[in-house]
Design a protein around this ligand. Structure first.
Ligand code: KG4
Ligand code: ZN
Length: 385
């Protein structure tokens, strides 16, 4: 079964075609992150405007890749996207005709996310469903992130990865941080989540305090790397300048807002003493990264010890963080926890439509197109049983 996925929840406009939930036939992402870097964060109205500009070219590109043929993965800035309409006889017209017969269903992110951005994807997907007379599956973006772990990144090797249930999944994105237990597809139990800022949000807000560009996760990680590369092991081991809120509590909830306040205080203190320079930014980046990762790891450990899953799945944009990807499996090994660790390749961790299509395949529940509606407030707990 071939599902065309559409994802427009935030600042990425994405379309992908995935076969049987695992084989990626195309993966096209146009990001407006460059634009948001200039404003120091996302202005929802600007993000929505970019979605409108990018949605048709992105879907067209995805169809062209699948049915006419070219490189499977395409990531580009929405500014550089070719939005000129094509002529009637172009390859594009052919790919649209082909797709009507060769696509079995359409999947679309309905939430959570920014309402203006979500509406663009939802209304476009509904239109395609109506025109092509194909079933449409509404998808929860947070549940879908987890499905990046079922995907194989190349079209050649389509052997599914052995993800055995029960699963504990940690989803860390820009707006959410959630721990869930999955007994099977569609059988999700919410275990805990952030009480205030999300993990990615903590990276983004702390980066801004350090004067680093949006998105903050990759910026902080890059600066932290410089510190880690130049510092002796003892200095790296004692990264404890900032607090780890709730780390000693038995709850599986997280809290990151205190970290941001503490970073603000420390930055102001250093600036007051004229001691804030590029080397401080590198050191603080390493400290912030370590504090966030410590909290994510500790709660993951608690969840695994309590529920004894067969697999642990890391997901969400923050899962592309190199240190987190290394430290989580190390912890599971050191604690002798018998659980298989899975993490998608970084390119599938950040927002794209492959996992939207995959999630729809494994949780196949089509509805009539006029029942599909954007829901910005959706949470992972809404899919909990
Ligand atoms: O899942 P995602 O792409 O979008 C949302 O659904 O929110 O996650 C975006 C978040 C941003 O907060 C970004 O700073 C963070 O993921 N992120 C990272 C890294 N790459 C992206 N955080 C830490 N390290 C990274 N390498
Ligand atoms: Zn996301």
């Amino acid at each position: 079964m071939r599902i065309l996925g559409v994802e427009t929840s935030c600042d990425e406009t994405a379309c992908a075609i995935v076969e049987d939930g695992i084989k990626i036939l195309s993966n096209v992402v146009a990001s407006s992150a460059d634009m948001h870097t200039k404003t120091g964060g996302i202005i929802p109205e600007n993000a929505a405007r970019q979605q409108i500009k990018s949605i048709i070219p992105v879907i067209s590109e995805s169809l062209k890749i699948t049915f006419v043929g070219s490189s499977i993965i395409s990531h580009q800035s929405s500014d550089k996207l070719n939005t000129k309409p094509k002529t009637k006889n172009s390859k594009l017209a052919t790919s649209y005709q082909l797709s009507a017969t060769n696509i079995d269903a359409i999947a679309v992110t309905v939430g959570p996310g920014l309402i203006g951005s979500l509406l663009v994807g939802v209304e476009t997907a509904k239109t395609l469903s109506y025109l092509w007379e194909k079933p449409i599956i509404p998808v929860n973006h947070l549940v879908a992130h987890i499905y990046a772990n079922w995907l194989t990144p190349t079209a050649v090797d389509c052997k599914p990865k052995a993800v055995d249930f029960p699963v504990i999944a940690l989803v860390v994105s820009g707006g959410h941080t959630d721990l869930v237990l999955m007994k099977n597809h569609g059988k999700i139990k919410y275990l805990g989540g952030t009480r205030d800022d999300a993990g990615g949000e903590a990276f983004d807000k702390c980066a801004r305090l350090l004067g680093l560009p949006y998105p903050g996760g990759p910026s902080i990680s890059k600066e932290a790397e410089k510190f880690l590369n130049r510092s002796p092991k003892s200095e790296v081991r004692s990264l404890n300048l900032f607090p780890r809120p709730m780390i000693d509590s038995k709850s599986l909830d997280f809290s990151f807002s205190g970290l941001k306040t503490s970073v603000l205080r420390e930055v102001e203190k250093r600036k007051g003493k004229n001691q804030f320079n590029s080397s401080t930014v590198q050191q603080f980046s390493a400290e912030i990264q370590e504090a966030i990762i410590d909290c994510l790891i500790k709660k993951s450990q608690l969840a695994v010890k309590k529920y004894h899953p067969k697999s642990f799945l890391l997901a969400g944009g923050v899962a592309s963080n190199k240190t987190l990807r290394e430290k989580l499996p190390t912890m599971l090994e050191l604690e002798k926890l018998k659980v298989y660790f899975h993490v998608p390749p970084p390119v599938l961790c950040t927002d794209n439509a492959t996992y939207i299509a995959s999630c729809a395949y494994f949780n196949y529940n089509p509805v009539h197109w006029n029942k599909v509606a954007a829901n910005p407030q959706l949470t992972i707990a809404d899919n909990s049983i």
